[in-house]
Design a protein around this ligand. Structure first.
Ligand SMILES: NC(=O)c1ccc[n+]([C@@H]2O[C@H](COP(=O)([O-])OP(=O)(O)OC[C@H]3O[C@@H](n4cnc5c(N)ncnc54)[C@H](OP(=O)(O)O)[C@@H]3O)[C@@H](O)[C@H]2O)c1
Length: 280
């Protein structure tokens, strides 16, 4: 394994496409990278979020909108937009794709909302693969890389099965891509995040309350004690969550390294979770 070179200046202007830049880790990473000299193509779903990014007046921060990963047409149009922007800026290719967009629902498997679960899978797994497929012709000429923002907790954990199911699938895809894309020198890098202080992260306890209120009464009663206990533990966990700026720094490190590591860990409990996984 080769050591990363932190904060080395990237080749001026190297282009990076990041998904899910309206808030949290994606937004924080987009801003940091644009300030560090990358050209950042920042995917968002809504015009208002694109306008918010434009209003920052960062010349190297370009919103890509609408980019909803559940929508194949959005992905195709976004990649065309990126290709045009690369031509306009006379860049040889896309230096990096950062697959970040996603969200989850805390619930016992018995009570998972299947419509939402389907959206999670289409966003985190199918949409990301669709984007990778369409971006690879732009990534190869730049000898670029693909980063994946994910959890390290690849062990079964009660009440977060939909999130972790996506991570299991993504983990398999990342490690397979890392082998398949070796001939073109396109590494696939996991950024394993522990607890990060973002809107999604902090929604967990509220989502549990909603589930307790709106779940099917005859079933929710079976889980009420365990869910309440877990929500109390999560409230404690929330107090220790890590600033998303730390993830943005890790993303920058992985992009600035001449030969990135296969995996970076960042955030509250990320190392402990990784240790549990490797020893289980
Ligand atoms: N926070 C943590 O503790 C933590 C830990 C490990 C991994 N992660 C992962 O980190 C990633 C970013 O999450 P975050 O914590 O930064 O939460 P966040 O602030 O809620 O950001 C999630 C981003 O994903 C976007 N998004 C959701 N569904 C999308 C879709 N179908 N198409 C395109 N964009 C979509 C959201 O856009 P809208 O504003 O339009 O909804 C938002 O920009 C997620 O994949 C999450 O699983 C987070």
């Amino acid at each position: 394994m080769t050591a990363a070179i932190p904060n080395r200046n990237p080749v001026k202007g190297s282009a990076v496409l990041i998904t899910g830049c309206s808030s949290g880790i994606g937004r924080e990473s987009a801003l940091l990278l644009a300030r560090r000299g990358f050209t950042v193509l920042a995917g968002v779903r809504r015009d208002a979020d694109a306008d918010a990014l434009r209003s920052l007046n960062l010349p190297d921060l370009v919103p890509v909108c609408p980019l909803d990963l559940t929508n194949h047409e959005h992905i195709t149009a976004a990649v065309e937009f990126v290709a045009d922007e690369l031509r306009r800026r006379k860049l040889a290719g896309l230096f990096a794709l950062v697959n970040n967009a996603g969200g989850g629902q805390p619930a016992p498997v018995e009570l998972l909302d299947l419509e939402r679960f389907s959206t999670e899978l289409r966003t985190r797994v199918l949409g990301s693969v669709d984007l990778v497929q369409q971006c690879l012709p732009l990534i190869r000429p730049a000898r670029g890389r693909i980063l994946w923002i994910m959890t390290p907790a690849l062990m079964p954990t009660p009440f977060v099965a939909s999130i972790h199911a996506c991570d299991f699938a993504v983990d398999c895809i990342v490690r397979t891509l890392d082998i398949e894309l070796k001939p073109w020198g396109v590494p696939n890098v996991r950024i394993n995040c522990g607890g990060i202080r973002t809107p999604a992260g902090l929604r967990t306890t509220g989502d549990v309350e909603t589930l307790l209120k709106q779940g099917p009464p005859e079933r929710i009663g079976l889980y009420v004690d365990a869910l309440r206990r877990w929500a109390r533990e999560m409230a404690e966990f929330d107090r220790n969550r890590t600033d998303p700026a730390k993830v943005a720094e890790k993303v920058c490190t992985a992009l600035s390294a001449e030969r990135p590591k296969r995996r970076y860990s960042v955030g509250y409990m990320a190392h402990a979770a990784r240790l549990l996984y490797t020893t289980s």
